[in-house]
Design a protein around this ligand. Structure first.
Ligand code: NAD
Ligand code: ZN
Ligand code: ZN
Length: 402
């Protein structure tokens, strides 16, 4: 079968790999119809998260069940399903409590497992014609419709970035009427903005400096802020001050609340320096979220901070150790949430929003490609050029039309 594999820094290749076979009676074999390229894949692509050469990548996967093991009871050959990027067992302490992002049994080297990802267990990825699904009853979300229908892209986004964006709003305590600042207008940031608006946030700002991505944020109903135009936190403070309705309803002391109730870091450790955007500054967005949020507010780091990082700027950074203004954090009495999204907690509800016409996350999809074009798409997505924002690989029949 054809699959995309990692062959070294900024080198992906498309080649023949053996079609996976069922290993356990609880497995299923999935014929992939669409697979996404994720910002998380770029950490490995850039050589910043070490990955063994030859590994088949891809953790955003949907398709049609080809075969099920004898112990699989709730899905069958021909069912259309999407997989959470977290692989979970369903029976451990954490899975029982809905924390499938910290499954205790699927990764022999620690907690958390995923398809085709460094340090997340021995599972091949799904940027491939077929993928093996462990504990298929637990890990498959059943979908209505047929491959290639008008929901194909929306459903694919249920594998990761839609639930992840939504989870970010949960960790940042977004609820109706609240104000939200999101740093990063990649797929995760855009869908965190979309989820905030779905929840009824009153003001949503999205910071980036990629024009097409900021344009998309505006299209979704958020207020774009370009960090190349000056300190993004000051820009948000200024924009808030221009809101006459808010200013006119202040009670004593409220003038101190220049910022946001909620802030989301959808960038992570490869953040660029606001003042020198060609350089990285790992703590840039971490510092900005702490500054932008009001006292007693909440912050979510959904962008990844990961170690080891061979490209870290000093010995501490290589180990994922950073200094940040903890005193400001404490003084402001902030709440913080971090980590991978437990996709399974949300994917079913978000699917039903899609099916009932209440959500259309696929507005953020910029490109559809055939698998042979994956290496070129990685290059453009990594450089954030030509509007490459969310790239989906189509397999089989659909590929010809991609
Ligand atoms: N926690 C999870 O479960 C989870 C899941 C998926 C992805 N992620 C992570 O989320 C992050 C974003 O991924 P993505 O798929 O959206 O794609 P992405 O990496 O393309 O998006 C990052 C965006 O941040 C922007 N950016 C860089 N420096 C910035 C700064 N200083 N201020 C504001 N914006 C800045 C970039 O221009 C880019 O548009 C990555 O770190 C990814 O690994 C986490
Ligand atoms: Zn992803
Ligand atoms: Zn588990």
């Amino acid at each position: 079968m054809k699959a995309v594999s990692y062959e070294g820094t900024r080198k992906m290749s498309v080649s023949d790999h053996p079609k996976p076979k069922l290993k356990s009676p609880t497995d299923a074999l999935l014929r992939v119809t669409t697979s996404g390229i994720c910002g998380s894949d770029l950490h490995m692509y850039d050589g910043r998260t070490p990955l063994e050469k030859g590994t088949v990548v891809g953790h955003e996967i949907m398709g049609v069940i080809e075969q099920v093991g004898d112990a699989v009871s709730s899905i069958k050959k021909g069912d259309r399903v999407v997989l959470p990027f977290n692989i979970a067992c369903g029976f451990c302490y954490n899975c029982h409590r809905g924390n499938t992002h910290s499954c205790l049994t699927m990764n022999p080297e620690g907690t958390s497992a995923a398809y085709g990802y460094a340090g997340m267990g021995p599972y091949a990825g799904g940027q491939a014609e077929f993928v093996l699904v462990p504990y298929a009853d637990f890990n498959c979300l059943k979908l209505p419709g047929k491959p290639g229908d008008e929901w194909e892209d929306d459903f694919l986004l249920l594998a990761d970035v839609f639930p992840t964006g939504y989870h970010a709003t949960e960790l940042a305590c977004v609820s109706p009427g609240k104000t939200v600042a999101i740093f990063g207008a990649g797929p995760v940031g855009l869908l965190a903005a979309y989820s905030s608006l779905l929840k009824g946030a009153s003001e949503v700002y999205v910071v980036d400096n990629v024009a097409e991505r900021l344009e998309k944020a505006k299209e979704l109903g958020a207020i774009p802020v370009n960090f190349s135009d000056g300190d993004p936190v000051e820009q948000i403070f200024k924009l808030r001050k221009q809101n006459k309705g808010i200013q006119a309803s202040h009670r004593p002391g409220e003038e101190k609340l220049e910022g946001m109730d909620c802030a989301i870091d959808a960038v992570g450790y490869q953040a660029r320096d606001d003042k020198h955007p060609t350089k990285e500054k790992a703590t840039q967005v971490l510092e900005n979220v702490i500054r932008v949020v009001n006292p007693a507010g909440a912050v979510c780091l959904i962008g990844v901070y990961i170690a080891p990082d061979p490209g870290g700027e000093n010995a501490d950074a290589k180990k994922g150790i950073f200094s940040f203004p903890l005193a400001d954090f404490f003084d402001k009495a902030l709440t913080i949430g971090t980590g991978q999204a437990p996709v399974k907690k949300y994917n079913e509800y978000l699917r039903d929003l899609i099916v009932n016409g209440r959500a259309k996350p696929s507005t953020i999809v910029s490109h559809h490609i055939a698998v042979d074009d994956a290496p070129a798409a990685y290059d453009k997505f990594d450089k954030r050029i030509e509007g490459y924002t969310k790239v989906l690989i189509r397999f089989g029949e659909r590929a010809k039309a991609a």
